[in-house]
Design a protein around this ligand. Structure first.
Ligand code: FAD
Length: 497
């Protein structure tokens, strides 16, 4: 279905419930009303604000993000969505003059070789000249061109894939820290096919990641030469932070009923095929709706679905979650000896440090810190050091300050300190995840006028969440405009589950 504001041909007078007011649920609610302005949307959110993981606040003049701080522009689902809600003018690009990042290598900061994207290089010279890898490591990496392709069977971990194709050193020194920085996950357990399917596809189609990356870069160069008009940088961020993005979506949901402090306890089906939503909390309520979109974190779904689809409910218990803490510091620029000429740094496990990564937030994007100041944001914890998230704020600040002072030559105490924790917030796509998602989707498909939207299905990034939300809205609207399906399926499923 094309992404435009044209309403469906048969307006239906129906109510669709959306449970969960994170970006997945908000995108679903928006898409319903965009396609079907006649429909009624009831969005139920457990907490006292919308946005879920997306939340920002100004703290002593610094813009602090509690979770995501930017999003990728390709695939373009998020940028397209911003254009449709009139928010694209509020997106700012990364600061071009510092477009690089560093990796800690034997205690010092080294630039990640230009053209190295998550796990493979697209340029030769930066890899040859880097001091991060030994000659042996570089030769092993070059041998990737001759490594035989392996048939993907869904059982290979990200770490095993990288070691097989590019060698141990590239894995330990470059890929592991980059992956840990993005997914806060353990690459020994993450599924290559579910986490970064792009690289598995490269192996399948080109027989080599290096060959595929180089081809891709050549095509990109040609496209840039041919294209006219403005292009976005690889990442963009809302000028005033993620909460401004959330507010822009809320402003567009004028006709929707947004109900905060409404924790849904469970859902059921009536014999007429409608959905019954039971809300708990201080003001318990029951709602009857025609269609239902579940946009809650997977770990919440077993309790919600157990009465109506026990097998599906059980599948959600198999998805593990990781936690992390985010420690933000504001410094006067002159307190930091390092030139900070990049977007941030990542830390390999073999360096035996506590921090996973650190963004130079106010270097990467404008409007993050008061004049003459710098905002740094460090990640701690993740799948491999989850216990660190339990440290109290002072302990976390102390250990992060110690490590950053050493790496970035910082003098003195920060002018601003802030800690947030994201507890069990990051779903981990472990080996077997693709098969699990297939089972989940097949079972969810059996439920009438029902769809899932979430970061556990096809990617954790904001663009992927928006896409699942929009697809869920399109599916439920399509189901509801087929009157014959509406009741018969409901009865079939009620009796078969
Ligand atoms: C620390 C961190 C940094 C990240 N950085 C980036 C980044 O830079 N770029 C990027 O693209 N992605 C990033 N991500 C990933 C991305 O932010 C998330 O995947 C995405 O925001 C998840 O959105 P969601 O709507 O699926 O889930 P959530 O944001 O978790 O929203 C789910 C909502 O459901 C509500 N809910 C739960 N149970 C119930 C119930 N019973 N009844 C009603 N409501 C309920 C919750 O309160 C919540 O509001 C990051 C994630 C984390 C944790």
């Amino acid at each position: 279905m094309s992404k435009n504001a044209t309403a469906l041909p048969n307006p239906v007078d129906c109510t669709i419930g959306v449970i969960g007011g994170g970006i997945s649920g908000l995108a679903a609610a928006h898409r319903i009303l965009e396609l079907q302005p006649e429909a009624k949307v009831l969005l139920l959110e457990a907490s006292d604000r919308l946005g879920g993981i997306l939340h920002s606040e100004r703290h002593e003049g610094f813009l602090i993000e509690a979770g995501a701080d930017n999003f990728i522009t390709t695939p373009p689902y998020a940028v397209d969505f911003c254009k449709r809600i009139g928010f694209d003018t509020e997106l700012i690009e990364t600061n071009d003059s510092y477009r690089r990042a560093f990796v800690v290598s034997k205690g010092t900061l080294q630039p990640i070789p230009a053209g190295f994207a998550v796990m493979a290089p697209s340029r030769i010279w930066p890899i040859i000249s880097t001091s991060i890898l030994s000659w042996r490591g570089k030769l092993r990496m070059a041998a990737e061109l001759f490594v035989r392709r392996r048939e993907a069977d869904g059982t290979e971990s990200l770490a095993a894939f990288v070691r097989r194709r590019l060698g141990r050193e590239v894995y330990e020194r470059l890929v592991q820290p980059l992956v840990a920085g993005i997914y806060t996950g353990d690459p020994e357990q993450l599924s290559i096919g579910a986490t970064v399917p792009r690289f598995l596809k490269m192996e399948k189609e080109h027989g080599s990641l290096i060959r595929a990356m180089m081809k891709e870069q050549k095509q990109q160069r040609k496209a840039v030469q041919k294209s006219s008009g403005a292009r976005y940088s690889q990442f963009v961020a809302p000028r005033e932070g993620m909460s401004a993005f959330v507010q822009a979506i809320v402003d567009r949901l004028g006709e929707a009923t947004l109900s905060l402090k409404s924790p849904v306890e469970q859902v059921a089906q009536s014999t007429e095929g409608r959905w019954i939503i039971s809300v708990g909390g201080p003001q318990p309520q029951t709602h009857h709706v025609d269609g239902l979109i579940l946009a809650t974190p997977a770990r919440r779904n077993p309790a919600l679905l157990k009465k109506v689809a026990s097998t599906l409910a059980e599948e959600f218990t198999k998805i593990p979650y990781g936690s992390c803490a985010l420690v933000s510091f504001g410094f006067l620029r002159e307190q930091i000896g390092n030139p900070l000429d990049g977007f941030g740094l990542v830390v390999p496990s073999i360096e035996n440090r506590k921090i996973l990564s650190c963004s130079f937030s106010s270097i990467k994007y404008a409007n993050r810190a008061p004049e003459g100041h710098v905002l740094l944001r460090a990640f701690v914890g993740g799948a491999c050091q989850g216990e660190l998230v339990d440290l109290d704020d002072q302990q976390l600040q102390k250990l992060v300050l110690r490590e950053l002072s050493d790496l970035l030559l910082i003098r003195g105490e920060p002018r601003m300190k802030h800690v947030t924790r994201q507890v069990r917030a990051m779903p981990q796509y472990y080996v077997g995840h693709e098969q699990l998602v297939k089972r989940i989707e097949a079972q969810a498909d059996q439920l009438p006028n029902f769809a899932l939207a979430s970061n556990v299905l096809h990617g954790i990034g904001i663009p992927n969440c928006i896409q699942t939300g929009e697809q869920a809205a399109e599916k439920v609207l399509a189901d509801l405009t087929k009157p014959s399906r509406r009741k018969s399926n409901a009865l079939e499923v009620t009796s078969s589950l």
